[in-house]
Design a protein around this ligand. Sequence first.
Ligand code: SAH
Ligand code: SF4
Length: 435
Amino acid sequence: MNFSDSEIIASIMGEHGFATTQDEFDADVIFLNTCAIRDNAEQRIRERLKHLRANKKQNRDLIIGVLGCMAERLKDKLLEEEKLVDVVAGPDSYRELPKLVAEVDEGGRAINVLLSREETYGDLNPVRLNSNGVTAFISIMRGCDNMCSFCVVPFTRGRERSRDPESIIREARELATAGYKEITLLGQNVNAYLGKMGHTSELADFALLLDYVAEIPGIERIRYTTSHPKEFSQRLIDAYGKISKLVNHVHLPVQSGSDRILMAMKRGYSALEYKNIIRRLRSVRPDVSLSSDFIVGFPGETEADFEQTMKLVQDLKFDNSFSFIYSARPGTPAANLHDDTPQTVKLQRLQRLQAEIEAEAQRISQYMVGSVQRILVEGPSRKNAAELMGRTENNRIVNFPGQPRLVGQLIDVRITQALPHSLRAEVVTQEKVAA
Ligand code: SAH
Ligand code: SF4
């Protein structure tokens, strides 16, 4: 999401005469676009700021800005604590950045952390950063109204608001015209999307938006992130039956397998309800791959609660997923809960969970060996520039020998080997199929 926001920021700054550079020592302005979801995300920014001292030493006029969620969370405290920082701007203040930078140019420091109920940046043309020319993100909504008890996002990104469908479709069409083949629709809670259609009072929900985007010629694959189980409607499940461009992969954060913990997290569903969504999804897409987010060590999580998470993982057979130790975020309701689980126990739980998920992901990779998979070729392989890299629908990286002209195409490959973090494959040619 921050990557996509950086593309919006680059567009705003671009309109005011700033271009991006790959050389940090060449920059007049350095913006760190920050995350506040866990404490260690913020610690990493603090470390980065330390390193930027050298840049400032070399160029006294260098302007350093901290943008996004950490800026929103800490506000002017950040200016107090980090003397190096000149600009602090929250996620809804990006349009103000040129003005804030100009203020600093005139001497002093500048801050804007106002949140908005309307801002979606829908009229802007994001500058595609580090683009492979094949895959791109489109932000479709901002903020979150869910108020999960552990989560800082509603405080840092503000109220939920959807971008209008016309501007999303315009952006997707432009990407298709420029040769992009895959788009990822972005939001904290994409399936709560409700966009106002033109000047009518009609609203488009997420399933309808998917219909519209799927109709755009040239867009071959659609992904989205992140969806929430509470709003995973039957209409969205039905979309999987109708829209073949929707990839065979769903990332649906569950957080925990224990109903007691899910309740304390205020997630709005039980483990059984989550399973029920997956059962219905698998009835329209039997081989859909499933990944998730997990939090271990939420305040009050007992061994029995954790075992229920392990059981859910074993039952549903998640593919590559993300799991984290709970991090108390000041100001969130859960931060006030009594938490008596030792950190070492939390770490052991995390390791057990990750080992289980990893083993299942490996089983899935092994199972793919010998099968023919449709991949979208994104560019040269990272490790070996003589080879190409593409992704399967379930987001596995596939490296294979092939002609550069295949970049940007959907092709069939036969998986020849499963490595821990990628697959190897060979192109399936017509001749081979005929033989
Ligand atoms: N909107 C998405 C997720 C946004 S944050 C959703 O609701 O699913 C991405 C992930 O970070 C979450 O799914 C959760 O697993 C994790 N996370 C959020 N707050 C956290 C916290 N306080 N401590 C640890 N992990 C957290
Ligand atoms: Fe945070 Fe919950 Fe909103 Fe996700 S749905 S961003 S976890 S409050």
